[in-house]
Design a protein around this ligand. Structure first.
Ligand SMILES: Nc1nc2c(ncn2[C@@H]2O[C@H](COP(=O)(O)OP(=O)(O)OP(=O)(O)O)[C@@H](O)[C@H]2O)c(=O)[nH]1
Length: 595
């Protein structure tokens, strides 16, 4: 066991985690020659394309140090806020962490939040100044930031480049010298922490774990403590580039188990595996259900595809337990599902996977958060869809989720960022200088406001020099009202939103203006109205037009006419008929596009 090192890499998004991980695999000869393609660990197509890590992965390397062979288990973690629960589980499976900081960008919001998580788990931190090959690198300055943040000595910071390979051997040596070997009792009852699971269409669900105490052998009868389910360990092994079966995974090591688990719901990240015979008397602490925070309706464009959509969502869920869905129906959109996501990026990814992997054409409605509605009889219920809100006369009050957000930026942008946060009903908690002209601002903001267009605005007003991280904080009472949109007098439930009463009128007006831009003119006038209850607060009209696309091709060229009509039909595919009005998909997301 003293020859094992378990570590993870933590960093702000795009600071070069995956690239550096590739170098570690290359320098330890874990991958060679033809297998060496960029970002080996990001094996989902989507991950490669977007250059982001969505699921965490683990891989075992061997490294000779002073004539002895060591086993290094690298647990790769996703960098985006939506997936921070996975980061925290991966961190719990390690004894050390490489903290990567981009030498050109310096410390960012997620550098700090992930670092705190690592410190909470007592990990040994190895600070790495990455991308020092960049002409824009500011090694001295960023080193000062790291020293201030961690209280380390300058010599402890390793300068490296995932691109040129500089410093990679120093990192490998430091992993062995500085990170402690795992502790644990090989003779004690089995306790293995599940930190991830994946769905493989041939093998079913594969769970990744770290053995904290005891050991796990092939054929053992095991139990997952939190779900209470029992399985035969059909196959256990360690994770090389591919799975590598073993008879036993020992105390301290990281491995996988295949055991006839049917759905990803049965495997909960953070759960503990033990033996049915001689079980451990308790789970390893730190298990938490991941709860979706952002909800949106997902509807098939063609209502006949409803069952296909259900089976696609079921398949996606096998792979991604954090996705939830429930059938719902909308007057405007027909039958569909209300899906729950961890955040906006997660939502985008699911939408894209539906399109790519399942060829599903869907309309997604405006995302919203979950509200707690207290009625006058003293009951409370969680509402995931503004359209599902009880009648206003029955509501006593509504609570909405607040996040605690940390924004790191340069002092130049403090003014505009504070204005933005204020406009989003944010409450300033504190403001702290990090080093030089960098400052961290902490705000409590309603999640519902972030969901709409916070990221984009933050990025544009800070010209990209602001990073953002958040975690759920609490629920607070807010004065919210349901804003309905009517098209030719018919309320479109899929366009309803909950908004703060003080902003309702401006918001309603802007919605109407935006919809006027987005809905194409049709052969009759269309009235767009915004209403709260029975009260109309804004109105726009789209004037009628008569458009005949074939008008231009007089003469008898029927094939050309047909082509034009076909083209027009294509364009219509992304439209949805609401009453007598044809509404394009992008109109359902109008609220995201308000200026
Ligand atoms: N010049 C230079 N570029 C680098 C270096 N390391 C990574 N990059 C580039 O920086 C970008 C981000 O690198 P990734 O390795 O994908 O970053 P990441 O931290 O894994 O990103 P997430 O997985 O999304 O968190 C890519 O375009 C890399 O090519 C480096 O040492 N030098």
């Amino acid at each position: 066991m003293n020859k094992i090192r378990n570590f993870c890499i933590i960093a702000h998004i795009d600071h070069g985690k995956s690239t550096l991980a590739d170098r570690l695999l290359e320098y330890t000869k874990t991958v060679e020659g033809k297998d060496l393609q960029a970002q080996v660990l990001d094996n989902m197509d989507l991950e490669r394309e977007r250059g982001i890590t969505i699921k965490s992965h683990a891989i075992q390397m061997e490294y000779m140090y002073k004539g002895e062979k060591y086993i290094l288990n690298l647990i790769d973690t996703p960098g985006h806020v939506d997936f921070s629960y996975e980061v925290s589980r991966s961190i719990a499976a390690c004894e050390g962490a490489l903290l990567i900081v981009d030498a050109a960008q310096g410390i960012q919001a997620q550098t700090i939040s992930n670092l705190y998580m690592a410190i909470d788990n007592d990990l040994e931190i190895i600070p790495i100044l990455n991308k020092i090959d960049l002409p824009s690198a500011m090694p001295e300055e960023v080193e000062d930031q790291i020293i201030e943040l961690l209280g380390v000595k300058k010599e402890e910071i390793i300068r490296a480049s995932g691109k040129t390979g500089e410093g990679v051997y120093d990192i490998l040596d430091a992993i062995i010298e500085r990170i402690p070997a795992p502790e644990g009792d090989p003779e004690a009852p089995l306790q293995a922490l599940i930190f991830d699971s994946v769905f493989n269409s041939f093998r079913g669900i594969i769970a990744y774990f770290k053995v904290v105490n005891g050991s796990l052998r092939k054929g053992d009868l095991v139990k997952f403590i939190n779900t209470g389910k029992e399985y035969d360990a059909d196959e256990v092994g360690v994770l090389k580039l591919n799975m590598s079966p073993r008879d036993e995974v020992q105390c301290g090591d990281v491995g996988y188990i295949i055991s006839g688990i049917k759905t990803s719901k049965e495997v909960k990240v953070g759960d503990t595996i033990t033996h049915v015979k001689n079980p451990a008397n308790k789970a390893i602490a730190g298990f938490e259900e991941v709860k979706p925070m952002v909800f949106a309706g997902v509807y098939p464009i063609d209502s006949e595809d409803f069952e296909d959509l259900r089976s696609s969502l079921e398949k996606l869920q096998l792979n991604d337990a954090s996705l939830t869905f429930q059938p719902e129906s909308s007057v405007a959109l027909g039958f569909g599902f209300r899906c729950g996501f961890l955040g906006l990026l997660h939502m985008e990814i699911i939408q894209e996977r539906l399109d790519r992997e399942f060829n599903m054409d869907v309309i997604t409605t405006v995302p919203n958060v979950s509200y707690i509605v207290h009625d006058k009889k003293g009951n409370k219920k969680e509402v995931h869809n503004p359209a599902g809100l009880p009648d206003p006369t029955l509501i006593d009050y509504i609570e909405e989720p607040y996040i605690r957000a940390s924004v790191i930026t340069s002092t130049t942008y403090i003014g505009p960022i504070m204005t933005l946060c204020l406009g989003k009903r944010g409450i300033l908690i504190k403001q702290e200088y990090i080093s030089g002209d960098r400052v961290e601002i902490i705000y409590d903001i309603p999640l519902g406001e972030i969901v709409i267009d916070f990221y984009d605005k933050l990025k544009s007003i800070s010209k990209g020099y602001a990073s953002f991280d958040y975690h759920m904080h609490d629920y607070r009472e807010s004065k919210l009202a349901k804003l309905d949109i009517l098209l030719n007098g018919e309320s479109v439930d899929a366009l309803s939103t909950l908004t703060h009463v003080d902003n309702a009128v401006t918001f309603g007006r802007r919605m109407c203006e935006k919809l006027k831009e987005l809905i194409p003119r049709q052969q009759f006038d269309i009235a767009i109205q915004a209403a709260i209850g029975a009260k109309i607060i804004a109105r726009e009209t789209i004037k009628a037009v008569r458009k005949d696309v074939t008008a231009k091709c007089y003469g008898g060229d029927i094939s050309r006419k047909r082509k034009l009509l076909e083209k027009q039909k294509e364009g219509k595919k992304r439209m949805k008929q609401v009453g007598n009005v044809e509404v394009p998909q992008k109109a359902f997301l109008a609220v995201l596009k308000l200026d």
